[in-house]
Design a protein. Structure first.
Length: 157
């Protein structure tokens, strides 16, 4: 069995374990009380995390925040030499308007400000040569079926 296949199997096992623990936490009432749409978003981010790992992304931060800018970045990852700031949009069903359309101009501006705050943590010389892109991942979590994904690398500049 190849190294790549073993890596995928490891990711699959990790995802299986996280799903089982989440299910147990829900059954025991141990999950924090949050609105249903927020739970859907968190579930979608977890699914996207594992999907991107299977695609070769190395996730370095999840739900990254700073006090300097309002908002958060769902995932920050390295992929093919790029530092990717990733916005995840989750829906429970497909509509006429795809999930990725929710990343409008205002959301893009917020993500750019957040990315700038994250990049200021790097030395200035390194920061100026760092290849950066903004990806969007649409996740569809239909009841009783496997999650579906659409990944848009470099969705906006």
């Amino acid at each position: 069995m190849g190294v790549a296949r073993l890596a995928i199997l490891r990711i699959d096992a990790q995802q299986w374990a996280v799903r089982r623990l989440d299910r147990l936490a829900r059954r025991l009432g141990r999950r924090p009380a949050v609105a249903a749409h927020l739970v859907t978003g968190l579930d979608g981010e977890m699914e996207a995390f594992f999907h991107l790992r299977r695609l070769g992304y190395t996730v370095v931060a999840r739900r990254w925040k700073t006090q300097k800018v309002r908002g958060d970045i769902d995932l920050i990852a390295w992929h093919d030499g790029w530092l990717c700031f990733i916005e995840v949009k989750t829906r429970t069903r497909r509509d006429a308007i795809p999930a990725e359309f929710a990343v409008d101009r205002d959301k893009q501006q917020m993500l750019k400000r957040m990315a700038g705050a994250y990049l200021r943590r790097f030395p200035e010389q390194e920061r100026s040569t760092l290849p950066v892109r903004f990806d969007v991942v649409s996740v569809y979590l239909a009841e009783g079926s496997a999650a579906e994904f659409e990944v848009f690398p470099g969705a906006f500049d």
